[in-house]
Design a protein around this ligand. Structure first.
Ligand code: SF4
Ligand code: SF4
Length: 375
């Protein structure tokens, strides 16, 4: 049983590792090793990477900093099949073997078909992806097989009905999106629970959004515990769900790691008072008209205008919370540097919206961004 093996509910997400020279491909090994050492010393053991993270440099960094430095039985490693690269059954084998080599792990404790939604589920069924991961499981190369998911609860219901063999699912869950129509965190969690499938949570702080709240909502949480970080309430919220066995946090700095591990080392579920405060925070936040982008960056690669959509949305959201000032303007200027087009130069092709797991109306939102910054 998965849950029996997990002693702690915090996992190290390896998608935003510390980097050098601002280059996403240059992982800061020294810092990453230091973070791993502290994480392991405190009894945490779960690491989550994926083929595309850091432009394919995350899996090799996990090899150098974790696999080559720790006994294999001392940690759990999760990685994911880049299903968008698969065009025939043989591709599954090709990428899987590449991942075994890149990580040097010998086997994966948790293996996921990556970022499934309705269309990708159908593709995986067509090319035999679900059969492939079961085959790897039978051969001992995967211990637990599942998928990460970005779509509606209805689609999840259908997927789990058709594939009762999966051992777990990875869902986007956070307190802000629990009742949202787009992400449907709450409904997806309930579907997985009804099917008896345990859950890994990704984006518990909504890509960092729930770590820096505006003053009003932040004060509600500070009043409960002035020492606790704002992010800690978001992580503890999802970790308090019974059917969640792991909460991933993409940690970029030692400080983030120190904070996360401090309250997850001896995890205490949220009290009734804290749960009530979270509901008040959600009500306050929903009054602020920010764009619920999680910065997954799935929309960026296919944009013919090379518009840095998530960076522009971040700059816009900062203005909603803090007004137009030199700092928020800098965010906008950085996003339109180096040949990247301005939001007003969007040609409305819609390629980005097809990729967005949050189902954002990116074209309309870019008009708002342009109106804010390009006056
Ligand atoms: S709609 Fe605009 S932002 Fe989206 S991919 Fe096309 S040009 Fe880029
Ligand atoms: S706009 Fe959508 S696809 Fe693009 S980064 Fe934000 S959430 Fe991801």
């Amino acid at each position: 049983m998965i849950k029996d093996e997990m002693t702690k509910k915090l996992g190290f997400g390896c998608m935003r590792l510390p980097i050098l020279d601002g280059d996403t491909e240059k992982i800061d090994d020294e810092q990453f090793c230091k973070m791993i050492d502290t994480f392991m010393e405190k009894g945490f053991t779960y690491f989550d990477t994926a083929f595309p993270y850091h432009n394919e440099k995350s899996e090799p960094a996990v090899k150098r900093c974790l696999v080559d430095r720790y006994e294999r039985s001392k940690f759990f490693l999760a990685t994911k099949m880049p299903v968008w690269n698969v065009h025939e059954y043989a591709d599954y084998e090709k990428y899987f073997n590449m991942q075994l080599e890149r990580t040097g792990a010998g086997y994966f404790d948790f293996y996921l078909l990556h970022a499934l939604g309705k269309d990708r589920i159908e593709e995986c069924e067509k090319f035999g992806g679900f059969e492939f991961i079961q085959k790897m499981k039978a051969e001992g190369k995967i211990r637990y097989a599942g998928f990460s998911f970005h779509d509606s609860a209805d689609v999840l219901e259908e997927a789990l009905t058709r594939h009762p063999e999966v051992d777990f699912v990875q869902l986007q869950i956070n307190y802000y999106d629990w009742d949202s129509k787009n992400v449907q965190s709450g409904k997806c969690y309930e579907v997985a629970t009804r099917h008896g499938v345990p859950v890994v949570v990704m984006e518990p702080i909504k890509g960092g959004t729930l770590a820096n709240l505006a003053e009003g909502p932040a004060n509600i949480l500070h009043a409960l515990d002035p020492e606790a970080s704002i992010a800690s309430f978001a992580v503890r919220y999802v970790a308090s769900l019974d059917n969640v066995f792991m909460v991933l946090s993409g940690m970029s700095t030692y400080e983030q790691l120190a904070d996360n591990t401090s309250y997850m080392e001896n995890f205490k579920p949220l009290s009734a008072e804290e749960q009530e405060a979270i509901q008040k925070v959600v009500a306050e936040l929903k009054k602020l008209p920010t764009i619920p982008c999680t910065k997954c960056r799935y929309c960026v690669a296919g944009c013919p205008q090379e518009i840095l959509i998530p960076d522009l949305f971040q700059a816009y959201n900062d203005t909603v919370q803090f007004g137009v000032n030199p700092i928020t303007m800098r965010g906008f200027n950085n996003a339109v540097n180096n040949g990247h087009c301005k939001p007003s130069e969007c040609i409305k092709c819609g390629a980005c919206e097809d990729q967005c797991p949050q189902h954002l109306e990116i074209r309309d939102l870019l008009e708002k961004v342009a109106a804010t910054f390009e006056k």
